[in-house]
Write a protein that binds this ligand. Structure first.
Ligand SMILES: Nc1ncnc2c1ncn2[C@@H]1O[C@H](COP(=O)(O)OP(=O)(O)OP(=O)(O)O)[C@@H](O)[C@H]1O
Length: 273
């Protein structure tokens, strides 16, 4: 099975660091006020906050899909141009799994390797372990139309994992799924991240999902988008069904509910001023 990214042992250098990063769009909208943020190896960091607080903008800055208006973003202490050329990889999972309907599951998962020019035989060898990781080893020959929504999302995750990423960026990946499927995927995702030491930045509208998955939750406020609070969760908690029912989980959810209410109130105040 593909292990952690090739540089997983390098714990000293932050995976991503943002210093004084600000984003003003061409139409004058201030998507993000200057903010500092560091994501360290092995962390699962969630971004939560009211609509419009800049969660997606922040994710896109980390993905280098947006350039900051001001400030610096560093990837593994360096420039984005080194990402990929030094073997380090980012991978994305979006809410829409965007599978090719005409291709079976194995071919969908293989796509990033094909695009990277990995020889066909080598690429094909990497697909079964990736499918195994998401519990879809039995579904390689099926087509997207033959899969449930949860299975399609698992294919999308396998397609990210097959590249052996050093940083996984997930934008509200399970938001369109029913609650049971979402809970199961959250448990599997938490297990994968823990086993592999996978560094993940996860955008969600659900504070319960953030509470369940994260080693650290960034609570954002809007108008302008900014980091309102950070909430760290102690290491060593098994993220399983028992955790979801535990007093500790209830406390984390209560704390995050309070922080989110404060962030929302602060966003409204800024809107009115
Ligand atoms: N390309 C763009 N051009 C202009 N304004 C933008 C652009 N993208 C985002 N914005 C604005 O920047 C702010 C932050 O948007 P963003 O989508 O990052 O927030 P969000 O927290 O992800 O929102 P949601 O939870 O609703 O998805 C919003 O006011 C949004 O309207």
């Amino acid at each position: 099975m593909p292990g952690p990214g090739p540089h997983a042992g390098d714990v000293a250098t932050p995976v991503v660091s943002l210093r004084g990063v600000e984003k003003v769009f061409a139409n004058g909208v201030r998507g993000l006020a200057p903010l500092d943020l560091e994501i360290r190896p092995g962390e699962l960091v969630s971004l939560i906050g009211p609509s419009g607080c800049g969660k997606s903008t922040l994710l896109k800055l980390v993905a280098n899909l947006h350039a900051p208006t001001d400030g610096q973003v560093a990837w593994w202490g360096g420039d984005f141009r080194t990402v990929g050329t030094d073997g380090r990889r980012l991978a994305f999972v979006f809410q829409d799994p965007t599978l090719m309907p005409w291709a079976n599951v194995a071919a969908n998962v293989r796509l990033p390797l094909d695009l990277d020019g990995v020889p066909r035989a080598a690429a094909e060898r990497r697909v079964p372990p990736a499918l195994e990781q998401v519990g879809l080893a039995h579904a390689a020959a099926r087509f997207p139309a033959q899969l449930s929504g949860g299975m399609r999302m698992r294919v999308s995750i396998a397609r990210a994992l097959v590249t052996n990423p050093d940083l996984l960026l997930m934008d509200e990946p399970f938001g369109a799924l029913d609650e049971c499927t979402r809970n199961r995927l959250d448990e599997d995702m938490a297990g994968l991240c823990a086993q592999q030491g996978l560094t993940t930045l996860f955008v969600t509208h659900s504070l319960y999902e953030a509470a369940f998955l994260s080693s650290r939750v960034i609570v954002m406020a809007a108008n302008p988008g900014r980091v309102f609070a950070e909430y760290a969760i102690e290491p060593g908690i098994a993220r399983d069904g028992a955790f979801r029912l535990s007093a500790r989980f209830a406390t984390i959810c209560r704390d995050l509910t309070a922080l989110l209410a404060e962030a929302s109130a602060s966003s409204r105040l800024d809107e009115e001023s």
